[in-house]
Design a binder for this molecule. Structure first.
Ligand SMILES: Nc1ncnc2c1ncn2[C@@H]1O[C@H](COP(=O)(O)OP(=O)(O)O)[C@@H](O)[C@H]1O
Ligand SMILES: [Mg+2]
Length: 412
């Protein structure tokens, strides 16, 4: 399946390394093996290796062994991520039935406040928990924390702020059980300066989030585009961007996607990099011309298309790298509060078209949720929508979205 004769040397090399992790070094060197590789082989190999190395499946082992397994598992997961991008997304989604292993951290971000992100996060968490998955919801809207209310909880014991201010040593100590299934790490924005956390604190929080023992961890983000929010979004395995058909909301959602991609590019090298390669100064400078135009002088780069063209002509060795970043950036779009489906189609089409044209990014539309007048009441009565009306239109639409995201919930 791999068109290996059309690939740049560096790209082919990456594919071979990924294959060495998932299959064997001999197979990775074999051109015929690569040419005939199918998604089902890749997925099967991934699952087998994931079972062998996933730290959650070997919890009884000594810490040192577990660390080794974890390192290996991350390499295996990254290899799978590299290879699966060469297959059509629908095919990949259809085979992703072991979602717990493949997709763990789900972030919900998008347009600014009041468009239903927290209600979506809470109800998705309840659905996943009802399907038997260990699910933890985390309120990362540090300036406007209210997720607990949507889970029927009015008062929290400890919360995330206690971890950030070191009043409690472990993030798990802030976890509370909720009436509707999921565990919750709630927030308290009444604490002064809650939204302003330092780089070191953010990194500590990210590390702790990834170590939570759960099948799914859902991050409910604030709707602005501050670096902290965007970094939580980028740290997730699945990034949901929410909008409504209101022009301000969909423009904000597009802007959220753009800022996230620019941030991902500007962090290509350095402490938060996903690729762990030595810094290529020339490439870093070119990216800065796009992402930090205020520092760039007159020789700026206007958009991603231009960035890619400049890389193609000035530093073709880096083309594969930039293509990989673009391919691995796959925001999932949800439209909420829909009253007229034809508006949704137009909004989705607009966001997708502009993202494709300006950002070379494929925005994956995973579904819409209806406007439901009962939802306000449900929030007031502290009874989540999926519990109040499990067979209602909102619940049904949410289940469909979960399925589109490759998550297993009941009743679909
Ligand atoms: N599908 C929907 N239909 C009707 N009202 C909704 C819907 N989703 C959310 N809302 C309402 O929107 C308001 C904001 O929701 P919330 O989840 O807190 O937004 P955000 O997290 O984006 O700030 C709530 O009052 C809620 O009742
Ligand atoms: Mg919210």
């Amino acid at each position: 399946m791999f068109p290996i004769h059309h690939l740049e040397d560096d790209e082919l090399q990456r594919i071979r390394i990924a294959c060495a992790f998932l299959f064997s070094p001999d197979q990775a060197r074999d051109d015929l093996f690569l040419k005939n590789l199918k998604l089902e082989h890749v997925t099967k190999a991934f699952r087998e290796k994931a079972k062998r190395y996933h730290p959650d499946l070997h919890r009884h082992e000594p810490r040192e062994m577990l660390e080794k397994r974890k390192e290996r598992f991350i390499k295996i997961r990254d290899s799978y991520d590299i290879l699966k991008h060469y297959f059509p997304e629908e095919e990949v989604r259809a085979t992703a039935d072991e979602g717990a292993v493949l997709r763990r951290v789900i972030a919900v971000g998008g347009a600014k406040g009041g468009i239903g992100k927290s209600i979506f996060a809470a109800n998705l968490g309840i659905l996943l928990s009802a399907a038997g998955h260990r699910t933890v919801l985390v309120d990362l809207d540090l300036g406007g924390a209210n997720l607990h209310l949507y889970l029927g909880t009015t008062s929290l014991g400890s919360c995330i702020n206690d971890f950030l201010t070191r009043r409690i040593p472990r993030l798990e100590d802030a976890m509370t059980s909720t009436r509707y299934g999921p565990q919750l790490i709630g927030g308290d924005s009444s604490q002064f300066g809650a939204a302003n956390i330092s780089f070191a604190t953010k990194m500590k929080l990210l590390r702790s989030l990834k170590q939570i023992e759960a099948d799914y961890i859902i991050l409910d983000l604030g709707g602005d585009t501050s670096y902290n929010i965007i970094d939580f979004f980028l740290a997730a395995d699945v990034g949901v961007v929410m909008a409504t058909c209101d022009p301000a909301a969909y423009l904000e959602a597009y802007n959220f996607i753009k800022v996230a991609l620019y941030r991902k590019l500007s962090r290509l090298f350095g402490e938060e990099s996903d690729i762990g390669m030595d810094k290529d100064v020339e490439l870093a400078n070119l990216i800065a011309k796009l992402t930090k135009p205020e520092e760039g002088g007159s020789d700026g780069v206007a958009n991603i298309v231009e960035l890619r063209n400049r890389i193609r002509t000035e530093q073709p060795r880096n083309l594969f790298l930039i293509n990989q970043v673009l391919r691995s950036f796959s925001p999932k779009l949800v439209i909420n509060m829909v009253e007229d489906q034809s508006n949704t189609d137009a909004v989705v089409w607009r966001i997708q078209e502009v993202a494709e044209k300006m950002l070379c990014t494929k925005v994956d539309f995973v579904g819409s949720l209806p406007f439901d007048g009962e939802i306000k009441r449900s929030a007031r009565d502290l009874v989540p929508a999926v519990a109040r009306a499990p067979h209602g239109y909102y619940s049904l639409s949410l289940s469909r979205i979960a399925a589109s995201l490759g998550l297993k919930v009941r009743g679909i």
